[in-house]
Design a protein around this ligand. Structure first.
Ligand code: PEP
Ligand code: MN
Length: 337
């Protein structure tokens, strides 16, 4: 259930409602909009009588939330939420493009990629230090050394960075280096990890599991939100279907579906979504046209030498072309790039 407070309800009226909710053993989550405050009631406390709550002063009405996700739902937070990262805002009018190599391989490689993507207009640098690979014999990433390289390159080029965290005990380490914590598709159901990043305030990019429904993605987001971190960005990165021509099937329809169901910003990954560099641009355009708030794209200075995901990585000049070609699409849907 959510409690919609009257416009101009006082802070005492709001705290009285919160106290009433907490007495029942549930917890109260506040969404303070420009016009009114909405209080989400979460947890398995004693059932609350909605009529009693509606009689409290300052309360306009209560609304049951029938969907299993609550804090992620549009009912709880009707306006789009935005996530702020060092001066860039994800979920606003401007589209945010995160770009860089799949994996950090060396300082020279990351630096070269970083300078190229920044020059082409990317807003965030991506790069994996801990790489969850399908095969244990594939390159697993440079680990902490990769994070140090990322920190050095960030200082040089002055772009915020996103990198994946793969285990709860790595969250403190990765948080000291990263502006955005990435939860990979393979870890979308890792509830201990979702709990750990939920306790941090660092923005989290949560990728949809390759075999997960939209509702499961939103329930994973709910874990992070309910542990206190409201800075969640969702990522559609393709799901497994019977089609084998592409690495995954990029579910573009997930974008408008998510826009209906949730207030959280949505970013699309056409690199993992297709597995082929030649399909990245058309799918990036489709994602923006469908209403995505941004993109995450793999770019490597020499894809043929990449230690992971070379086949889906763009060369720097192709990434620059993509950025130029996205601008009119962004404009057509009322966004800037
Ligand atoms: C990645 O971003 O490099 C990655 C491993 O992505 P995913 O978790 O979507 O497979
Ligand atoms: Mn990759």
């Amino acid at each position: 259930m959510i409690v919609v407070m009257k416009q101009g309800a006082s802070s005492t009226q709001i705290s009285n409602v919160v106290a009433r909710i907490e007495q029942s053993g549930c917890s109260a989550h506040l969404s303070e909009g420009e016009e009114r405050t909405i209080i989400g009631i979460i947890g398995n406390g004693r059932p609350l009588d909605h009529e009693q709550i509606e009689r409290m002063s300052g309360v306009e009405r209560t609304v049951p939330i029938l969907r299993p996700f609550k804090l992620a739902s549009r009912e709880f937070h009707p306006h789009n939420s935005v996530v702020k990262i060092n001066g860039c805002v994800i979920g606003g009018e401007q589209l945010i493009v995160m770009a860089g190599p799949c994996a950090i391989e060396s300082k020279a490689q990351l630096g070269e990629a970083a300078r190229a993507v920044k020059e082409a207009g990317a807003h965030v640098l991506r790069g994996g230090a801990f790489k969850p690979r399908t095969s244990p014999y594939s390159f697993q990433g440079l680990g902490e050394e990769g994070l140090r390289i990322m920190a050095d390159v960030r200082q040089e080029i002055d772009l915020p960075v996103i990198t994946e965290v793969t285990a709860p005990d790595l969250v403190p380490l990765v948080t000291t280096f990263a502006n955005i914590l990435q939860i990979g598709a393979r870890n979308m159901h890792n509830y201990a990890l979702l709990h750990a990043v939920g306790e941090s305030q660092r923005p989290v990019l949560l990728k949809r599991g390759m075999m997960s429904t939209i509702e499961e993605l939103l329930m994973a987001a709910e874990y992070i939100l309910s542990h206190g971190n409201s800075n969640v960005i969702l990522c559609e990165r393709g799901i497994r279907t019977f089609e084998t021509y592409t690495r995954n099937t990029l579910d573009i329809s997930a974008v408008p579906v998510l826009k209906e169901l949730t207030h959280l910003p949505i970013v699309v990954d056409p690199s993992h979504g297709t597995g082929k560099w030649s399909l990245v641009e058309p799918m990036a355009k489709a994602a923006i046209a469908a209403g995505a708030d941004g993109l995450i794209i793999e770019v490597h200075p020499r894809p043929e030498e990449a230690l992971s995901d070379g086949g889906q990585s763009l060369k720097p000049d192709r990434f620059a072309d993509l950025m130029a070609n996205l601008a009119p699409i962004a404009q057509a849907v009322g966004r800037t790039l």
